[in-house]
Design a protein around this ligand. Structure first.
Ligand code: CTP
Length: 405
């Protein structure tokens, strides 16, 4: 899977360094050439020898220790890498990189490389939430770095929370997907607009009407479009997810704001994917002041929001329109009806009662329906993997149509 891929692993100092040894093993087993660079603190946790044995390569840690007089090691390594992975990445290295500091072999290589750099943070839950760390991560996102989010669980410091280095198996899987998916830029030169997440419809300054959408499927679609080479715009409702690197994001809150944002991006879009769970109703009246409770029951009067997708369908020119439908019964029949009534090219339907799919889940089970009546079912799979498969299938349908013409 990773044959002939050169992966430079930068290991920085935290207890999760021991997991980086397993990561080198997994990457090597997948066929990658792995070289390891360590900071001095990383060496306090695990001896360089462990990495040397696992990678079958020299381990680097001293910028001034030039093993080969023919090259300058930190530049040579920076140029050698097809992908640089910082795992575990401490708050310290994240802070240095966000500020362009190069004071050791790892940080010097990070500034010297032209390869993509992925960062897998691991730290104490409170450090991860510290405003400075949050700010530095946001800066690195904006600079185009990709993050492998830490998982939640029991941390070595005794706390339970977010901060645990992602498992080596999962990091290896993400790297394999990256190399396998980036081979063909099927959407190069195309602008893809994707909406994601819920909308919030305000009742008063402290309350709103919304839904349980996590935004994961929409963010996975944006990441997939980006990997396939598209110029990707993500119009996102309020969610707690990292924006995939390279994707331009426009944050919105209400259905009305989402409508405006989508229309602004519509004319030159090639593909529009409406994954957002847009509220169908909003409070008729938004109170300026917090509503005070009264004795007895109350009634909240709601009015319809604009159906964004329907309105896009009405003004469709060259755009390919892809909708989503979350259903609980008669999934295919309802999906077909929505595809026709909204003038869509494709609709992705899913049964939200399926335990392997639906809101908040990391996996999904869907069926892709075409305008011509074809149905392609997809088994349960991770949303990021599914997103790639869906776009590839749609691209294939479109290229078949071109040939038939
Ligand atoms: N959609 C939209 N604007 C809305 C509501 C939905 O663009 N105001 C889009 C969603 O992004 C999604 C598709 O329409 O792509 C979902 O279809 P829809 O019929 O609106 O689904 P539901 O809101 O679940 O409809 P129903 O309550 O009729 O099942």
């Amino acid at each position: 899977m990773l044959n002939n891929k050169n992966i430079l692993l930068c290991v920085t100092g935290g207890i999760a360094v021991y997991k980086a040894v397993a990561l080198v093993s997994k990457l090597s087993q997948a066929g990658a050439n792995v070289k390891v660079v360590m900071t001095d603190s990383a060496k306090e946790f695990v001896q360089p020898l462990s990495f040397q044995v696992m990678s079958r390569n020299d381990v680097y840690f001293d910028t001034f220790d030039e093993k080969d007089s023919g090259v300058i090691a930190h530049i040579d390594l920076a140029d050698w890498a097809d992908l640089v992975v910082v795992a575990p990445a401490t708050a310290n290295v994240i802070g240095k990189l966000a500020n362009g500091i190069a004071d050791n072999m790892v940080t010097t290589i990070l500034l010297a490389t032209e390869a993509e750099v992925w960062i897998a943070p691991a730290m104490n839950v409170h450090m991860y939430a510290h405003p400075a760390v949050v700010r530095n991560i946001a800066q690195l996102h904006a600079d185009g770095y990709r993050f492998i989010e830490p998982s939640e669980g029991f941390l070595a410091c005794g706390y339970i929370g977010k901060g645990r280095l992602e498992e080596p198996e999962r990091i290896t899987e993400l790297i394999s997907q990256h190399f396998n998916n980036t081979t063909e830029k099927l959407l190069a030169g195309k602008k893809v607009v994707i909406t994601a997440g819920p909308t919030r419809e305000r009742i008063d300054p402290v309350r709103y009407v919304s839904n349980f959408s996590s935004g994961k499927m929409g963010y996975a679609m944006a990441s997939a479009a980006q990997q396939l080479g598209a110029d990707t715009v993500l119009i996102s409702g309020p969610v707690d997810l990292a924006v995939p690197s390279g994707v331009r994001v426009v944050y919105v809150e209400s259905a009305a704001q989402m409508y405006d944002a989508v229309l602004t991006e519509y004319d030159d879009a090639s593909i529009v994917v409406k994954s957002a769970a847009v509220a169908d109703y909003r409070p008729k009246l938004i109170h300026d002041q917090k509503m005070k409770k009264k004795a007895g029951d109350d009634v909240l009067e709601l009015e319809r929001t604009t159906d964004i997708l329907k309105s896009l369908g009405e003004r469709k020119q060259h755009q390919l329109l892809i909708g989503f439908a979350a259903e609980t019964t008669d999934v295919i029949a309802y999906g077909k009806k929505k595809l026709e009534s909204k003038n869509l090219d494709y609709i992705i339907v899913n049964d939200v009662t399926d335990p392997a799919g639906g809101f908040g889940s990391d996996t999904n089970v869907v069926t892709l329906l075409t305008r011509e009546g074809e149905a392609t079912p997809f088994n349960a799979m991770a949303k990021d993997q599914l997103a790639i498969r869906l776009l590839e299938t749609i691209i294939q349908y479109e290229s078949d149509k071109q040939h038939d013409r």
